[in-house]
Ligand binder design. Structure first.
Ligand SMILES: [Fe+2]
Ligand SMILES: [Fe+2]
Length: 416
């Protein structure tokens, strides 16, 4: 048999293409793993650098995947053009790696689209806030979390403990819809107050890590005790309106979540920005709401509850302002960080209730809601905007003051 008539063929080139395709496919895969790692980090703590890292990984994954596919296809085409009677050893792996490369690139595109959605969701969650809820929000990473609540209606109170303790409102004159609406709203607040207890414990822990003075830690611990009292009294009100017993279960997000500290300056930045939003802004706003609720309330239990919450939330806000000062005085980078985050303060108040609760509220007697310590929805935005404006003014003044004191100290140091 004579020699087969074959076009010029460089076998080394095919081997090179196979190696290149495999390397590109595996690099694209590693970028994809980078995306997954980045997402895990974002869920613990939302940071711009992590988002940039994820975006970079997605782009790399898609570009490397497509390159791998291109190189692989070229090799496959080259082999095809030879029309060999027997398949070349490289042909199978080349085809498989180029398809694998394409799949990784497609996953990158789909993952990228999903991530854009996730980022928008997280941003929306960050822009939202606790609404009329009272207490410092409990956060794990960028999420606000709370305990599992169980009522004696339906399921048994297996693992929960009843927190309800305190003066109960008079519910007999209320119609069914109003009672239910009041119950759902006070239950929501009770759950937020309950979350404030570990939120202050976490803050105490962070302040101790930053070497804060005893006085700030003592006020934090005292605030946590006040939040326990708020929670117990709110649960008592919710039980009375809903005519049921409520068990407070575990907080699954704390059990599985973790808190990361990466150096004192970064921890101080984290504490400062969370304190600005959750303490200086939200607790002052909570106090505004409670004061307004107190002027509206006629029921004696709800009058004393709103008075107590108004007074003590104002104390918690004052503590938050002192903690913020402590943090920005620790290091100039903390002040710069807080200043750079001012436009992230929530810009609008959102109604925090579920649709079903909103339906009940719509059927309830608005006069009775107000007399039982609920601020009407049309007053929420003016209260919110006034507090936001005051918070921004106050934090800017604080940052200017701390900045000029630091500047003077530096000048003094340079002169001596
Ligand atoms: Fe509070
Ligand atoms: Fe509270």
């Amino acid at each position: 048999m004579g020699r087969m008539d074959m076009p010029a063929f460089d076998r080394d080139a095919v081997s090179r293409e196979l190696r290149k395709t495999r390397a590109l496919a595996l690099s694209a895969l590693v970028s994809g793993l980078g995306v997954i790692g980045g997402v895990a980090l974002v869920l613990v703590d939302l940071e711009e650098v992590t988002l940039l890292f994820i975006a970079g990984c997605v782009v790399l994954q898609v570009v490397l995947g497509l390159l791998g596919f291109g190189v692989g296809r070229r090799g496959v085409e080259r082999i095809k053009a030879l029309r060999l009677p027997v398949e070349l050893t490289e042909a199978g792996p080349l085809r498989r790696w180029s398809i694998f490369s394409l799949v990784v690139a497609i996953c990158g595109v789909l993952g990228g689209l999903l991530l854009v959605g996730l980022v928008l969701l997280i941003a929306a969650a960050g822009a939202g806030m606790a609404g009329g809820a009272w207490g410092r929000p409990l956060r794990v990473g960028s999420r606000t979390v709370g305990a599992t609540l169980r009522t004696s209606m339906g399921t048994a109170l297996e693992r929960g403990h009843r927190w309800a303790d305190g003066h109960r409102p008079r519910v007999e004159p209320l119609d069914e819809a109003t009672r239910h609406a009041l119950g759902m709203m006070w239950l929501h607040d009770a759950s937020k107050e309950h979350g404030s207890v570990p939120a202050f414990a976490q803050l105490t822990w962070q302040l101790a890590a930053l070497g804060a003075p005893a006085e700030l830690l003592a006020r934090c611990q005292h605030s946590a005790l006040q939040e326990i009292d708020h929670a117990q009294r709110c649960f008592a009100a919710a039980e009375a309106y809903l005519d049921t017993e409520i068990g407070v279960g575990p907080i699954p997000a704390i059990v599985s979540g973790s808190s990361s500290t990466r150096g004192p300056v970064r921890l101080a930045c984290l504490v400062a920005r969370q304190t600005l939003e959750d303490g200086c802004f939200i607790e002052d706003l909570n106090a505004d709401f409670a004061e307004r609720a107190h002027t509206l309330a006629r029921d004696s239990a709800m009058r004393s509850l709103t008075a107590c919450i108004a007074r003590e939330e104002r104390e918690h806000a004052a503590l938050a302002w002192d903690i913020l000062r402590f943090c920005v005085e620790l290091h100039p980078r903390v002040a710069a960080h807080v200043r750079s985050r001012l436009d992230r303060l929530p810009i609008a108040i959102e109604i925090p209730y579920a649709i079903s609760t909103m339906e009940t509220i719509a059927r309830a007697d608005p006069q009775a809601l107000a007399e039982h310590g609920r601020v009407p929805f049309d007053e929420w935005t003016p209260l919110f905007e006034m507090r936001r404006e005051r918070t921004l003014q106050r934090v800017r003044a604080l940052l200017d003051e701390v900045g000029s004191v630091a500047g003077l100290a530096q000048a003094h140091l340079n002169a001596s």
